[in-house]
Design a protein around this ligand. Structure first.
Ligand code: Q9C
Ligand code: ZN
Length: 342
C-alpha cells in the first residue's frame, strides 16, 4: 500500500493546549507523523511513500464554509499584527442565539470558528492543514485510479472539524474531503468508518442530512469524553440522511473483546448500505497506553482491526487521525495497514 506524506505538517507545532484549567504541552505535534512515517518506511519500503499533489481550494469548499476557509488562510497577518507572533487561542465564544454579524476584532472572529482550547492557530497553520488536505486527496486519487487502498498520513488530524468550525486539534476535515471527492467523481454511495477514540463529530455533522455518505463512528462515551456534545447512539441522521449515521459509543475501559463486536456491527452496516468506497478515519488513540484516552486496545489488536476492515472488500482510503502514545504510534498504525493487507 502506498503512503502519501508531506513534511509541511511540521508547520503546525503547538507549544501548548489547555486541559482541565491547565496549560500543558500539546499532545498533538509533528513527532507523531514523523514516527509513523519512519515505521511505514521500515514496513513497506522507502519507495512506498509519495509526495502530495496539489488540488487547490475547490475540494475543501465542497465540505467547508467558504468563510471558515478564508478565515484560516487569512488569519495570521491580522492576528500577529495585533498580538505579535503568539499562538492564537480564543477567549470568547458566541453564546447560544447570538447574532452572526461580523465583529471588527480578529480574536472575536476566532471564537466563532474555534470551539475549544486545544487547537491554536500559528503562522504555518494554513500551509500545514492545506497540505494535509492535499495528502488526503492524493491518497483518494490513487484509490480512484485503481489502487485497492492508500494511506494518507495526514497531520494535524481532521475529524473534529465541521463545515464551519474547527477544534480538537483539527482544522480541515481530511476524511470528509476524501469521501466527498469519491462522490464528486461519480460514486453514489460512500462510507466513512471512524475508529478514532473520539467521536468524529465534524464528519457526522458535515454529512448528517445526506443519504449518499454513511458515517459510522466507534468511540468513547461522549457523556465522559470529548467531543461531549455529539456522538450519541440516537443520532441517526436527518432528512435525506435519515438512517445514514451510526454511532457506536463504548464505555471507558473497553478492550478488543468489546471493541471488535462494535467493529463487526459497523462493518456490516457499511456492507448493508452498499458503499462503493470507504474512508477510514484512522485514530490509534484507542491504544491501552494512550495518555489522553481510556480504551484498552493492545498493539496486536490493531492487526485484527485492519483485517476486519479488509473484509469489506472495498476501495479504501486510510486517513490518519489521533493517537498520542508516540512510542507506539508507528507500530499501531502499521499493524492496521498490515492486518488489512494480509
Ligand atoms: N479531556 C483527536 O484525537 N482535548 N482529537 C480533550 C482532554 C481534545 C482529540 C481534553 C482532544 C481531541 C483527533
Ligand atoms: Zn482521537
Amino acid at each position: 500500500m502506498k503512503t502519501v506524506y508531506s513534511d509541511l505538517h511540521g508547520l503546525q507545532d503547538a507549544e501548548a493546549e489547555f486541559i482541565r484549567g491547565k496549560r500543558v504541552p500539546s499532545f498533538e505535534g509533528p513527532r507523531r507523523a514523523e514516527l509513523v512515517l519512519a515505521r511505514v518506511k521500515e514496513a513497506f519500503g522507502l519507495e512506498s511513500v509519495l509526495e502530495r499533489r496539489e488540488f487547490g481550494l475547490q475540494p475543501l469548499l465542497e465540505v467547508h464554509d467558504e468563510r471558515m476557509v478564508s478565515f484560516l488562510s487569512d488569519f495570521w497577518p491580522r492576528w500577529s499584527e495585533e498580538n505579535g507572533a503568539v499562538d492564537a487561542f480564543p477567549n470568547a465564544w458566541p453564546p447560544p442565539r447570538a447574532h452572526r454579524r461580523q465583529t471588527q476584532r480578529i480574536g472575536a472572529e476566532l471564537g466563532r470558528f474555534c470551539v475549544d482550547m486545544s487547537s491554536p492557530l500559528m503562522e504555518g497553520t494554513w500551509r500545514a492543514v492545506s497540505a494535509g488536505a492535499d495528502v488526503a486527496l492524493t491518497a483518494q486519487a490513487l484509490v480512484s485510479a485503481g489502487d485497492r487502498a492508500a494511506f494518507a498520513l495526514c497531520r494535524p488530524p481532521g475529524h473534529h472539524a465541521g463545515r464551519d468550525y474547527f477544534g480538537g486539534y483539527c482544522f480541515l476535515n481530511n476524511a470528509a474531503i476524501a469521501a466527498q471527492s469519491f462522490i464528486d467523481q461519480g460514486a453514489s454511495r460512500v462510507a466513512v468508518l471512524d475508529v478514532d477514540y473520539h467521536h468524529g463529530n465534524g464528519t457526522q455533522d458535515i454529512f448528517y442530512d445526506r443519504g449518499d455518505v454513511l458515517c459510522v463512528s466507534i468511540h468513547a462515551d461522549p457523556t465522559k469524553e470529548y467531543p461531549y456534545y455529539l456522538g450519541y447512539a440516537d443520532e441517526t441522521g436527518e432528512g435525506p440522511g435519515a438512517d445514514a449515521n451510526c454511532n457506536l459509543p463504548l464505555p471507558w475501559g473497553s478492550d478488543y473483546a468489546t471493541y471488535g463486536e462494535a467493529l463487526v456491527a459497523g462493518v456490516s452496516r457499511i456492507k448493508q448500505f452498499g458503499a462503493e468506497a470507504v474512508v477510514i478515519s484512522l485514530g490509534v488513540d484507542t491504544f491501552e497506553s494512550d495518555p489522553i484516552s481510556r480504551f484498552k486496545l493492545r498493539s496486536d489488536d490493531f492487526l485484527y482491526l485492519g483485517k476486519t476492515i479488509a473484509k469489506l472488500n472495498l476501495p479504501t482510503v486510510f486517513v490518519m487521525e489521533g493517537g498520542y502514545a508516540v512510542e507506539a504510534i508507528g507500530l499501531n498504525v502499521v499493524n492496521v495497514l498490515s492486518g488489512f493487507e494480509n
